[in-house]
Design a protein around this ligand. Structure first.
Ligand code: NAG
Length: 343
C-alpha cells in the first residue's frame, strides 16, 4: 500500500495492479473519503464516513491527515488506490460487514475490494519466560499490556501505569520497553527495569505480576490465563486479539490506531477504553486513576462486549476455512487476476 509508485511500472508493462491494504475496511473507506473531501476543498471535521455507522470524531482522525505535509502524501496514495483493479484488505467480511458492504456497493467509485484476512504471523517466537509464568496463573486472570513494535512510554507515564496495576489488584503481564533515542528509533530493552518503576514495585508485585521486555504476543494471547489485553490497537494486534478472542482495552498511540480504537469501542463495541484519542506526540500523561478504571472495566465488567468478542472470534476463524468468506475472496481474487491477464 505504500509502494504505489510501482503502479506506473506495472502499467508500462500492461500488467494489472492490485493493492494489499494492511489495515481494515472501515479505515480504507476513511482514506478514500478524506482524499475526496480534500479534492473538493472541504474540511476534515466531524465526519460522516460511508464505511462507519457513527460520525467519526475529529479527535480520532490520524495525525497524518491533519498535518498539511503528510496529508498530501496520504491523499496521493488514495488517488493511486483508485487506479488499481482491486484492493486486498486484511480484514474479515463478517467483522466489518458494514464497511465491506459500503465499499462494494459501487456508490463510492472504488476498485473491487477483497476482504481476505486475517493474514497473521502466529509462528512461535522465542519465549522470554512469560509462557512458563502464565502456566502458573488461574484461567482468564491476567491482564496483558503490550504496545507494539514502536510502543514505549517515558518514565513518568511508566509510573502511572505501575500505580494503576498495583491499584487494580489484578494479575498482570506487562511488556515494558525503553523509548528509542530519536524520533523514529525503535524501542530497546531496559537492562534493569526497576530504574523506571516505583520504589519496591517489583518486590510487592512478585506474586501477582511479571514485567518483561519484548513478549511473544501471539503465544501470550493464545494462553488460557490471559483475560484481557491493553493494546495500542495496531491492526495486527487487533486481529490477533480477535483471533484468540481476548477482550481488549484500547490505548492508541500513533498511525491509524485512534481510528482503530474508535472502531473497536464505538462501531463494533467489542472493546472498552483506557483512551480512544491518546496520541504519543501530544506528550500527555494518562493518570493512574484513568488507567486503573480502564483495567477494571476490562477485567471486571461488560459481559456483552466479551460475548461479542467471542462471536467475532468464531467468525474470524471461520472465514479462513473452506467455504469461509476470506477463503472465497482469495479464490475470487485469483479468478479475477487470471481473467484480467487474458485481456
Ligand atoms: C504485521 O504482520 C505481518 C505478518 O503477517 C508483518 O509482516 C508486519 O511487519 C506486521 N506489521 C507490523 C507493523 O508489525
Amino acid at each position: 500500500m505504500f509502494c504505489t509508485s510501482m503502479l506506473d511500472v506495472a502499467e508500462g508493462f500492461g500488467v494489472p495492479s492490485y493493492i494489499y491494504f494492511t489495515s481494515g475496511a472501515a479505515f480504507l473507506g476513511f482514506v478514500l473519503r478524506a482524499q475526496e473531501l480534500h479534492d473538493q476543498s472541504k474540511e476534515l471535521a466531524e465526519l460522516a464516513i460511508p464505511t462507519l455507522k457513527h460520525q467519526l470524531p475529529r479527535k480520532v482522525i490520524p495525525s497524518s491527515f491533519l498535518n498539511k505535509e503528510w496529508a498530501s502524501v496520504v491523499h496521493t496514495m488514495a488517488r493511486d488506490f483508485r487506479k488499481t483493479k482491486g484492493i486486498l484488505v486484511n480484514t474479515v467480511k463478517e467483522l466489518e460487514s458494514y464497511a465491506v458492504d459500503s465499499l462494494s456497493s459501487g456508490e463510492n467509485n472504488t476498485p473491487k475490494v477483497y476482504p481476505l484476512g486475517p493474514i497473521l504471523n502466529l509462528k512461535a517466537e522465542k519465549s522470554d519466560g512469560s509462557i512458563q509464568w502464565l502456566d502458573q496463573q488461574p484461567e482468564s486472570s491476567v491482564v496483558f499490556l503490550c504496545f507494539g513494535s514502536m510502543g514505549a512510554f517515558n518514565a513518568e507515564q511508566v509510573k502511572e501505569i505501575a500505580c494503576a496495576l498495583e491499584g487494580s489488584g489484578h494479575r498482570f503481564l506487562w511488556s515494558l520497553r525503553r523509548p528509542g533515542q530519536g524520533a523514529w528509533a525503535s524501542p530497546t530493552e531496559y537492562e534493569d527495569v526497576s530504574e523506571v518503576l516505583p520504589e519496591g514495585f517489583l518486590d510487592r508485585m512478585r506474586e501477582v505480576g511479571r514485567v518483561t521486555g519484548w513478549a511473544p504476543q501471539a503465544a501470550v494471547l493464545a494462553h488460557r490465563s490471559v483475560g484481557g489485553f491493553v493494546s495500542h490497537c495496531g491492526w495486527n494486534s487487533t486481529l490477533e486479539s480477535l483471533w484468540f478472542g481476548v477482550p481488549m482495552a484500547t490505548w492508541p498511540m500513533y498511525a491509524e490506531q485512534q481510528f482503530n480504537a474508535f472502531l473497536l469501542v464505538e462501531e463494533l463495541q467489542v472493546a472498552t477504553e483506557v483512551r480512544i484519542d491518546y496520541r504519543t506526540e501530544s506528550g500527555e500523561i494518562v493518570s493512574a486513576e484513568e488507567i486503573e478504571r480502564g483495567i477494571r472495566s476490562l477485567m471486571e465488567e461488560d459481559c456483552s462486549r466479551k460475548t461479542r468478542m467471542k462471536e467475532f472470534s468464531d467468525q474470524v476463524k471461520g472465514a479462513l476455512m473452506d467455504g469461509g468468506s476470506s477463503s472465497c475472496s482469495i479464490v475470487e481474487f485469483f479468478r479475477d487476476v487470471s481473467s484480467a491477464g487474458d485481456v
